[in-house]
Design a protein around this ligand. Structure first.
Ligand SMILES: [Zn+2]
Length: 203
């Protein structure tokens, strides 16, 4: 008897849950659920099943939206970081180019000439002020005596300019000549905007 009632009650439970049964059936089911734990359990299971079904979909959708939003945010942050790095790089590059790319005319204050003897060799040394790198064109000429014979060599530096460099070291340049050479005489001439500097290895 009880079994038959249970079968009927459990058949209508979904409709009962949606309030789609007649008043009589509603009363019958409610009263049965109060006295039958099997059907009460079945009813609770049905109710919570619905809730999970209803609740799950928006939650998943929400999760997906959150993940998408986070991904977008990460992409945005990444793009911003890349843009910032690019900007810093471009600014640095411009600064470096501005700092080292402009050339300045060289004056007598920027360079110095000296001589040095080292064993069988004599040298002419050109020293550049710290923090400057020197650029120039050069030509070598024979020095002739009264008999039009070669008696030495002249090195002429022209179009002399400097660029600022990041190194604070003084830079040296030297020209050497063996003293037992047939013509050991050598001189260096530096043509500057405000005059000429000259030195020879015999001084
Ligand atoms: Zn029952």
């Amino acid at each position: 008897m009880m079994k038959k009632e249970c079968s009927i009650v459990q058949d209508v439970l979904p409709l009962y849950l949606e309030n789609m049964v007649s008043e009589d059936t509603t009363v019958f089911v409610r009263e049965h659920l109060e006295i039958c734990s099997d059907c009460a359990v079945a009813f609770e299971r049905l109710k919570s099943g619905r809730q999970i079904e209803v609740a799950e979909t928006p939650q998943r959708k929400h999760d997906a939206e959150v993940i998408t939003a986070v991904k977008k945010k990460i992409a945005k942050i990444f793009l911003k970081a890349v843009a910032a790095v690019c900007l810093v790089f471009v600014v640095l590059l411009c600064a470096v180019l501005l700092y080292t790319g402009i050339s300045y005319p060289v004056t007598k204050d920027n360079i110095s000439l000296s001589t040095k003897k080292d064993g069988e060799y004599s040298y002419i040394i050109l020293e550049t002020e710290a923090g400057k790198s020197l650029y120039f064109e050069a030509k070598t000429e024979d020095i002739l005596n009264d008999q039009k014979e070669v008696c030495g060599q002249r090195i002429v530096l022209f179009n002399v300019r400097y660029h600022k460099s990041f190194t604070k070291k003084t830079s040296y340049m030297s020209w050497g000549r063996a003293l037992n050479d047939e013509n050991p005489y050598m001189e260096v001439v530096v043509e500057l905007e405000n005059g000429t500097m000259q030195i020879s290895n015999q001084e």
